[in-house]
Design a protein around this ligand. Structure first.
Ligand SMILES: [Zn+2]
Length: 391
């Protein structure tokens, strides 16, 4: 689509030579020729080079619309191919089509539309057709069935997560490799492992960090067994396998979408905020989000259909623990005060208890330990045995 929109600007300049935009670009980049003859040069701006290069030549193919004929030589290859001695006629003064006809002006029309006007929709269809034939079936997002796109939007996660997965399937996430390919960034090393290029397949499947995350998750996915397959093809296969969206499959797909999204958010924090990569944090954050999203959608369904008597399904997605307790300690220099806080949630993301208190500890670590003991005792008294602490 981006190529099609850029080509639109190309044709706008071609068809409106008196516009300020066309005059400016002509003075700067092609003062002695037409835009159709302009060749991108290294010192031209990045925008201009992209505007005129056209990876697909069909977007700039034109046909002459005859006006006064002053710009078209009679010997032009696209003009009527007559014997050369016929061109010796004394009435043919300039040797241009203008000798034969008389109109107002000449201009090049776009070849692929009936009107000659450039049309983004037609250009998009041309690009789509070419893309389909260019890449191997497996790696080409254009080969992904319509059904897959439809299922992506049906999965019960917030729209930002569905949109993220849609972008991932289009392979248009701005990884370092994508930025490097666009000439925006000079390196493409993965921020997690610093070993390989950060493609989407590496980031979400093959990176050692991501493998650790998947391995530690409750989704029973071992990406170390997956080789020579793109993340798009891998996800497409999962979606098609779970296309019968009953509740169990829907939850599984939601969990995978949320997990992928959490990896991406963590990657952004590592890249932009200087955070240290932490697989445990990815696992716990994803688990917490999965529970929250599930509860939010169940609440919405019950709210939308109050008479159907649908009860929330408190199925234990995690299976390994009953309670997640987040603890934190804090210390203030003036006046010298230390305190701690804790909040415990069950697997459905519901807060079971929380609390905060002043502490006699002299360091944040000691205050955090105090929070750990207090919250653990409280959890035990409420009957929880499998507890995860997060600080
Ligand atoms: Zn990596």
């Amino acid at each position: 689509m981006n190529q099609a929109m850029l080509a639109k600007q190309f044709w706008r300049i071609s068809h409106n030579p008196q516009s300020l935009l066309a005059k400016t670009f002509k003075a700067k980049y092609f003062p002695h020729c037409s835009i159709h003859e302009c060749v991108p040069k290294p010192h031209h701006s990045w925008f201009w080079r992209n505007l005129i290069k056209h990876d697909n030549p069909k977007l700039r193919e034109g046909r002459w619309w005859i006006g006064n004929g002053r710009d078209i030589p009679l010997k032009h290859s696209d003009w009527f191919n007559c014997p050369s001695h016929n061109l010796q006629n004394p009435n043919l003064i300039t040797g241009k089509v203008a000798d034969l006809i008389n109109h107002n002006f000449d201009k090049i029309l776009w070849k692929h539309s009936a009107t000659g006007q450039y049309d983004v929709r037609t250009a998009y269809k041309i690009l789509h057709k070419d893309e389909v034939s260019k890449f191997p079936f497996q790696d080409n997002p254009y080969h992904i069935q319509t059904e897959v796109w439809q299922i992506i939007w049906k999965v019960r996660t917030p729209h930002k997560v569905n949109l993220f997965v849609w972008k991932l399937m289009q392979d248009c996430l701005l990884t370092f490799l994508a930025l490097k390919n666009r000439g925006i960034c000079h390196h493409s090393t993965c921020p997690f492992c610093n070993e390989e290029e950060e493609s989407t397949s590496h980031l979400f499947l093959h990176c050692t960090f991501t493998r650790a995350c998947w391995h530690g998750s409750t989704l029973a996915i071992h990406t170390s067994d997956i080789n020579n397959i793109s993340v798009q093809a891998w996800l497409k296969n999962i979606i098609l396998r779970l296309r019968q969206l009953d509740q169990e499959r829907m939850e599984y797909l939601s969990s995978i979408f949320t997990f992928l999204w959490t990896i991406w958010k963590h990657r952004n924090m590592v890249t932009h905020d200087g955070k240290t990569p932490n697989p445990t944090e990815v696992i716990l954050t994803a688990q917490s989000l999965i529970c929250r999203f599930k509860e939010a959608f169940e609440t919405k369904i019950n709210h939308d259909r109050p008479n159907k008597g649908i009860q929330p399904n408190h199925q234990n997605i995690g299976g390994c623990w009953d309670l997640i307790i987040k603890i934190a300690g804090a210390r203030k220099a003036r006046p010298k005060r230390t305190s701690f806080a804790y909040e415990a949630s069950n697997l459905q993301g519901r807060t079971m208890f929380s609390g905060c208190a002043s502490s006699g500890a002299s360091t944040i670590t000691a205050a955090t330990q105090e929070a750990l003991v207090v919250s653990a005792v409280k959890a035990k008294s409420l009957g929880f045995c499998k507890i995860l602490m997060m600080c």
